[in-house]
Ligand binder design. Structure first.
Ligand SMILES: NC(=O)c1ccc[n+]([C@@H]2O[C@H](COP(=O)([O-])OP(=O)(O)OC[C@H]3O[C@@H](n4cnc5c(N)ncnc54)[C@H](OP(=O)(O)O)[C@@H]3O)[C@@H](O)[C@H]2O)c1
Length: 182
């Protein structure tokens, strides 16, 4: 069974979550808000493929428990897409640890905001040999002589593009010149 895990899959990554289900993945979605998740399931043409994993990822014990439960039922994911806030404590570490425990090869797509340094991030994160780290960084869009932040669809489709083409690094929009950001 193709199994994907999406962290934060009901917000700006909603279209990415729906797309993964359309690609035949069983998609486990880590979120807190059941109503938002139910709305996403209603929008999906493959609603049977969307699996809510309702937990606050800042709650380490709860997160471990819910992930183990999910992996037991649906197998360890081969694909992880993670948009995790910087104040999330150990969430990223915990998710990576739980996914990497099985020796199943996996692809990890981490979404980073504009102000991160991808090289530093790559050095700091400890991905084992059977995992492949892909970094998707969010930039801004230039329209004529104005710039604007990315909207949800642009972000979600940028992430889809990165997954489809297995890009190791992908910037959605642009990051330079920094002083032209909105
Ligand atoms: N450079 C850029 O253009 C850039 C960069 C970053 C962000 N942004 C923008 O900033 C906006 C706000 O970002 P946002 O983070 O609110 O994104 P979001 O993707 O709209 O929402 C956050 C997602 O993460 C989940 N989530 C958040 N905290 C969680 C927690 N503690 N435990 C479990 N799940 C959690 C939310 O679900 P629940 O609420 O159900 O928990 C939701 O699915 C976005 O709309 C995006 O457009 C732009």
């Amino acid at each position: 069974m193709k199994h994907a895990l999406v962290i934060g899959g009901t917000g700006m990554l909603a279209e990415t979550t729906l797309w993964l289900a359309d690609q035949g993945y069983h998609v486990s979605v880590v979120v807190r808000n059941k109503q938002k998740m139910d709305k996403l399931i209603e929008r999906s043409t493959r609603s049977d493929k969307l699996i809510p994993v309702l937990v606050d990822y800042k709650n380490t014990e709860g997160l471990i428990h819910r992930l183990r439960e999910d992996f037991e039922r649906h197998g360890t994911p081969q694909l992880v897409v993670a948009w995790i806030h910087s104040d999330a404590g150990k969430a990223r570490e915990v998710i990576l640890h739980e996914v990497a425990k099985a020796t199943v090869p996996f692809n990890l797509y981490i979404i980073l905001g504009s102000s991160h340094n991808r090289d530093v991030f790559r050095q700091e994160i400890n991905v084992p040999d059977h995992g492949t780290l892909h970094i998707v960084q969010l930039g801004y869009v230039v329209e004529g002589n104005r710039s604007k932040w990315l909207v949800h669809d642009e972000i979600a489709h940028g992430v889809i593009d990165a997954i489809r083409n297995e890009k190791m690094e992908h910037v959605v929009g642009v990051l330079e010149p920094w002083e032209h950001r909105p």
